[in-house]
Design a protein around this ligand. Structure first.
Ligand SMILES: [Fe+2]
Ligand SMILES: [Fe+2]
Length: 659
């Protein structure tokens, strides 16, 4: 027997423990029999038969679909033969301890949660034991099932003290055993070990219960006892990390070297699956209500996402590395590409790519979430299944808050979507069987939903899938936020640079651009010309037809100017009815051709306007000049083009005049 950490249980608590019911005779006798080297199957069967409650439950278990026994087993002997002595021991022990510790009165402890946790730890411990070569996996099951017995016992014998502990834990989130020791002078490992010993539970199990929160197991002489304690610690850690803790307020869950060592090479996704399976299987046997399988998976994954972030360090080393590498690569690619992405839809495209190629989902889709319209709308999809869906056709009303999708939107947390849960329009619209959905938030607002699934292979999604997706989507949220800011800045810039009426550049900006063009022309010795255009007798037009009509004409002419100009030409509104066009890389002759073309087109515009405004004729006068790098600066350049325009006016309007 290993030297366990048997703690002195304070006299006050011991006294209270006297009121604890003793373990039923049958269970005690069974313990004695099973630990014998030459345990007798016949004797074990007889002990079970002495307790009618046990008989019916043993038979129910052996006939459950889990064991797949074709012919109905009707005798205890047959059941014992099929299940084996150790399985029978675990079963009987579990059932009786469960009965003893579940009296019907007000509890400080959430007993349902407590037993769900115990069963999960039992299943995980058995799995880890069988994978690590521990000689009696069923013993690990028993130890797992009983590891927190101390807490259930305190719940019966010292409920007030336990309540104080739970309250303190809720407030501080401290380490549970430390708070217990502080308030009661003993923790649940000590109480558990103390009582289980009294009940003649095998020594290894008692020791493991006593040591299941010990930080070090070094120095224990009994190697198998130490191994069992390590297995229970690891199983306990995994249950907590997967959202199957025993308390509503999650105390600090920390991994230790013991846990790290015990979990080496263990596939944690499989452990999780084992826990869920066992909960389903034993629910009926223990009379414990267990949530529906899918609901459980979804809820657990949600918790796992949070815990996964905090405790990534403690995840399975190999699996973790492989996944992390993939995740980090995907995030890196995403960030590299997102850095050069300045619009939202490009960020989404990059994200979809990262989800599919980086995280190896078969499909990734993005849905815009429009809070005001109350709907989600398909926007982008990356699909490697060669069965692409027309995503933009999918428009769904925003889900009700209590639906799975509604919860994702409300809480902002990613989740699994499974078909069995309430209304699931998104799954059916995507013809999917299960998916992970993560909300994309930018500036704390949910702007869309990222949907990912394994459409073809139907590879089941796990909590780990959810963790990696949420890491990626969080990064994308930042890129998205940047794109929003960039677009906003662009809009502001455009507003500052353009003339609201004509959408041409305004005076300030056209002067700024002219200065740039002058530098360019000087540096590269390129010709540069300038055209100043003024609408003839515009004041008279305004007086006659009003400013609104005047504005319409200005807009028409601005459109004409834009259409007539080459890509490199820069037209702007200089003020009132005056326009300035910068003509880069253009000499005197070419600028003359340009100006004459504009003048003629303006004449044609005038002919069209005549239909509406018959008393006015619309023409323009254009001044032209070219930059002289030896004698000009910007002011003289503009002054000269202005003079040229005046000359055109003086010579009778509707003409081009170059200076
Ligand atoms: Fe515990
Ligand atoms: Fe526990």
């Amino acid at each position: 027997m290993p030297e366990s950490s048997t703690k002195a249980v304070p006299a006050g608590i011991v006294e209270k423990l006297q009121s604890l019911p003793s373990l039923p005779q049958a269970a005690s006798r069974l313990m004695q029999e099973v630990i014998k080297v030459d345990a007798d199957m016949g004797e074990v069967s007889r002990i079970i038969q002495s307790d009618p409650g046990l008989v019916s439950r043993v038979l129910r278990l052996v006939n459950s679909p889990y064991y797949g026994v074709r012919q109905k087993v009707t005798t205890v002997e047959h059941a014992v033969g099929l299940l084996g002595l150790k399985a029978i021991e675990s079963l009987v022990l579990s059932l009786t301890v469960f009965d003893v510790l579940s009296p019907s009165k007000q509890h400080a402890l959430d007993l349902l949660r407590h037993w769900q946790h115990s069963i999960s730890v039992a299943a995980a411990a058995k799995y880890i034991a069988s994978k690590t070569g521990y000689k009696v996996p069923d013993e690990a099951y028993t130890a797992g099932l009983l590891h927190d017995t101390g807490r259930a016992i305190l719940d019966i014998c010292a409920p007030d003290e336990l309540r104080k502990v739970l309250e303190a834990l809720g407030r501080s989130g401290a380490v549970a055993v430390e708070v217990e020791r502080e308030i009661m002078g003993v923790d649940h490992t000590g109480v558990g070990e103390f009582v289980l010993k009294k009940w003649n539970i095998p020594a290894n199990v008692c020791a493991a219960v006593g040591l299941h929160h010990a930080e070090s197991l070094a120095g224990l002489k009994d190697k198998s006892g130490a191994a069992l304690a390590a297995i229970v610690q690891a199983a306990d850690f995994l249950a907590w990390a997967n959202g199957l803790g025993s308390l509503e307020t999650a105390p600090k869950v920390t991994s230790t070297n013991v846990v790290e060592k015990a979990l080496k090479g263990i596939d944690q996704a499989e452990v999780f699956q084992e826990m869920v399976n066992e909960l389903q299987k034993t629910a009926e046997l223990f009379g414990v209500a267990v949530p529906d399988r899918d609901e459980l998976r979804r809820a657990l994954s949600m918790t796992a996402t949070e815990l996964g972030r905090i405790h990534t360090l403690h995840r399975d080393i190999e699996g973790r590395l492989a996944r992390k590498t993939r995740e980090v690569e995907a995030v890196n690619i995403l960030m590299r590409r997102a850095r050069h992405t300045y619009n939202k839809s490009d960020v989404v495209k990059v994200l979809m790519d990262a989800v599919c190629k980086g995280l190896a989902y078969e499909r990734a889709a993005f849905f815009d979430f429009d809070q005001d319209a109350g709907q989600i709308k398909g926007a982008a999809v990356v699909d490697i299944t060669s069965m692409p869906a027309d995503i933009t056709r999918i428009v769904l009303p925003a889900a009700k808050p209590e639906s799975p999708l509604g919860k994702i939107i409300q809480t902002g947390k990613p989740s699994l979507l499974l078909p069995s849960e309430g209304e699931n329009g998104l799954l059916s619209a995507m013809e999917s069987t299960e998916a992970v959905v993560a909300p994309l938030a930018a500036a704390k607002r949910i702007v869309g939903l990222v949907f990912a699934d394994n459409y073809m292979s139907k590879r089941p999604l796990t909590a780990a899938d959810l963790v990696s997706l949420s890491v990626l989507v969080e990064e994308a949220g930042l890129a998205f936020e940047n794109a929003v800011l960039y677009e906003h800045a662009q809009r502001l810039r455009t507003m500052a640079e353009t003339d609201a009426l004509t959408s041409l550049y305004n005076r300030r900006h056209i002067l700024h651009l002219l200065q740039n063009e002058i530098y360019r022309s000087e540096r590269y010795r390129l010709p540069l010309s300038l055209a100043m255009i003024d609408i003839d007798r515009f004041k008279g037009f305004n007086d006659k037809y009003g400013h609104q009509a005047g504005d319409r004409v200005l807009r028409s002419f601005a459109r004409l100017l834009k259409k007539t100009s080459r890509n490199i030409d820069i037209p702007g509104r200089f003020g009132g009815e005056e326009f300035l066009v910068i003509l880069p890389e253009t000499g005197v002759e070419s600028s003359g051709v340009y100006a004459e073309r504009v003048r003629k087109l303006a004449e044609r515009l005038g002919a069209r306007l005549k239909d509406r405004y018959d008393e006015c004729s619309f023409t323009i006068s254009i001044g032209l000049t070219s930059f002289n790098e030896k004698s000009d600066d910007m002011n003289s350049f503009i002054h000269r083009v202005d003079q040229a325009m005046y000359a055109a006016k003086q010579r009778g309007r509707n003409r081009v005049c170059a200076l």
